[in-house]
Design a protein around this ligand. Structure first.
Ligand SMILES: C[S@@+](CC[C@H](N)C(=O)[O-])C[C@H]1O[C@@H](n2cnc3c(N)ncnc32)[C@H](O)[C@@H]1O
Ligand code: SF4
Length: 444
């Protein structure tokens, strides 16, 4: 997956250098396959499903552990990684992302074991991006350093807010000062490779104070930042509190204003908005997430993990969407029995894949280049689909979209209203697809 800038960054810190050295040793170890670089490649997502406490807004697949046996969990993650790498025929893993749940609660040995298994089953280049989501904590830094020694070279910290009242509302276990301390420690260990998540659009949150938080964060943050608008999810405590009138409903207009003004502040501070919610400076884009937006292949291991890849063998050439079993104990039983806990496999049709290429590609500032589109659909070009359409023309004239020799992309203005643009673009893609000349190329 081409990503200008991020890969060329120098690694200037000891833990990461040690981890790279360790991985180079593994790559050189006897029995380790050294496939050619041109073989199938993918990103790997690893889901750690446990948290210390449920946050009031979160409906991710997470559990509060009751007597967790980490050794068994570790074994299953290793087994599933090996199985899916073999099933997919993936020879090169470009990035690994430990997400959750709270993977910073896992043991660094577990992280190291998964990375070792990947390096022994496929090629894991020494400079691959290896990210771990970390929750702020009052715990000492040593654990972050241990994750570095285990092979992690990038951290994504769920800071969420710099206001203690908001943090309590969200049910977070940390204070704003814990978050800033964790961030400072992370930056010492992983300079240039630390991201923070900041939420916006919380109940009762006002634009001015939120912008104040963002400005404050700019004094402390590294080169990557994600802004997430609160999505009020059914089944969460926050949803119930809003339903019962204990809290005001989040105001979408205020959230839109926070987003609009927040991204202008970040632009002013030298950050590139390279995706709808993601901002980076000094080329510190996330290669892992870039793979998602470019519709690259990715394997998902761990309870409830999602993946998208083309299984090998049996003449298969169709990409599948895969979901692993949600509940950790059931997932472990399945992994022990079958080598993997895949619960659902859905073959993606060619049109579905193209819809993903369009909707995900347009989330990035680069959009969809003609060359990129051609890799998925060589016959129906972006010009064919959108060049002569009146509604698309109107979006181009309103300065929301750009279609030119490079490809199709959102303008700065358009990126903020992508969902509404897709309401025009997706039906147009579907219509052009129905009317195309039948293609001799099979599968997806
Ligand atoms: C699911 S968490 C996992 C990482 C880690 N446990 C944490 O809390 O930061 C990843 C990110 O998802 C975002 N998130 C979770 N639920 C959300 C929601 N309902 N609306 C918006 N963002 C949400 C949070 O900002 C969080 O940083
Ligand atoms: S936001 Fe993070 S820490 Fe909170 S419950 Fe969800 S996954 Fe766990």
């Amino acid at each position: 997956m081409a990503l200008p800038g991020a890969r060329a960054r120098a690694w200037g810190w000891t833990a990461a250098a040690r981890a790279a050295q360790r991985r180079r040793r593994m790559e050189g170890a006897g029995g380790s396959p050294s496939p050619e670089p041109g073989g199938p490649r993918a990103a790997l997502y690893v889901h750690w499903p446990y948290c210390e406490k449920r946050c009031s807004y979160c409906n991710f697949n997470k559990y509060i552990p009751q007597g967790l046996e980490e050794a068994a969990m570790q074994k299953c993650l290793v087994t599933e990684a090996q199985t899916l790498l073999r099933l997919s025929g993936v020879q090169r893993v470009e990035s690994v992302f430990f997400g959750g749940g709270t993977p910073s609660l896992a043991s660094p040995h577990t992280v190291a074991a998964v990375l070792d298994a990947v390096a022994q089953t496929a090629h894991l280049p020494a400079d691959s991006e290896v990210t771990l989501e970390a929750n702020p904590t009052s715990a000492p830094a040593s654990r972050l350093a241990e994750f570095g020694a285990a092979g992690v070279n990038r951290l994504s910290i769920g800071l969420q807010s710099l206001d203690d009242t908001e943090l309590r509302l969200l049910g977070r276990t940390h204070s704003a000062s814990d978050a800033l301390r964790t961030l400072a420690e992370a930056r010492c260990l992983f300079p240039g490779r630390v991201s923070v998540d900041l939420m916006l659009g919380l109940p009762a949150q006002q634009v001015g104070p939120w912008l104040g938080q963002l400005q404050e964060l700019l004094h402390h943050c590294d080169d990557h930042l994600s802004l997430y608008q609160l999505s009020l999810e059914r089944g969460t405590t926050l949803f119930a509190q809003v339903q019962q009138g204990a809290l005001p409903a989040p105001d979408p207009e205020l959230a839109a204003e926070m987003y609009e003004r927040g991204r202008a502040v970040l632009r002013e501070a030298g950050f590139r908005q390279y995706e709808v919610s993601n901002f980076a400076r000094n080329g510190a884009l996330s290669t892992h997430n870039w793979t998602y937006w470019q519709c690259g292949q990715y394997l998902g291991i761990g309870p409830g993990a999602h993946g998208r890849f083309m299984p090998q063998g049996a003449g298969g050439h169709t990409r599948e969407a895969r979901i692993q079993t949600l509940e950790p104990d059931n997932w472990m039983k399945e992994v022990m029995r079958f080598g993997h806990g895949t619960r659902k496999r859905v073959p993606l049709g060619r049109l579905e894949l193209l819809e993903e290429v369009l909707a995900l590609g347009l989330r990035t500032d680069v959009g969809i280049t003609h060359q990129h589109w051609e890799q998925f659909e060589p016959q129906l070009t972006l010009w064919d689909m959108f060049g002569a359409n009146k509604e698309v023309q109107e979006l181009l004239e309103r300065g929301l979209l750009q279609l030119d020799h490079r490809g199709l992309r959102c303008s700065w203005k358009g990126l903020a209203v992508l969902d509404s643009l897709l309401l025009t673009l997706l039906p147009q893609l579907q219509e052009a697809w129905q009317q195309r000349a039948p293609s001799p190329v099979p599968g997806g």
